[in-house]
Design a protein around this ligand. Structure first.
Ligand code: DQA
Length: 145
């Protein structure tokens, strides 16, 4: 079974309750069950942490496993964490960066991603569909290599 990992950073455990006008009304378990329904053939592993080090530990541990791709929403660490960026850069598994909101249409500090230059690409502004688009990308990409 093809394994993909979905990694969510700080404050993303409260999706559905957290500023729904920005991040939507769906909670994470609803988003994830839709992904499982749409892609029953994939092993979708998920991890969320509010802690930078825990996210880095998770990425480091992936290097030893069989994950084929990482879909990561680093939350605010996107804009401030050199350590997370280094972890992504060091990972040999491709990483797609996802943001629910359009980070370019909000406060200026959000318009800069430290992760984007070391990711395969970035999906921003499509709400929960961003995760689906990222999974679709990996399915397509992994069939072609
Ligand atoms: C976010 C955007 C970030 O700027 C913010 O800090 C988040 C969520 C998004 O999904 O839109 O926590 O990554």
């Amino acid at each position: 079974m093809l394994r993909l990992d979905i990694v969510n950073g700080p404050n993303l455990g409260r999706l559905g309750q957290r500023q729904p006008e920005i991040y939507g009304r769906q909670n994470w378990s609803e988003i994830l069950s839709e992904l499982h329904e749409e892609y029953p053939e994939l092993q979708l592993q998920q991890f969320q942490s509010n802690h930078e080090g825990a996210l880095i530990d998770y990425l480091e541990a992936l290097a030893e496993g069989n994950s084929r791709g990482v879909i990561m929403n680093p939350g605010a660490l996107t804009h401030q964490s050199y350590a997370l960026r280094d972890a992504v850069a060091a990972l040999e598994i491709p990483v797609v960066e996802v943001h629910l909101s359009n980070i370019y249409a909000r406060e200026p500090f959000r318009a800069h991603s430290l992760i984007a230059p070391v990711a395969v690409g970035q999906i921003s502004g499509f709400g929960p569909s961003g995760y689906r688009l990222a999974v679709a990308y990996f399915v397509d990409y992994l069939q072609r290599i």
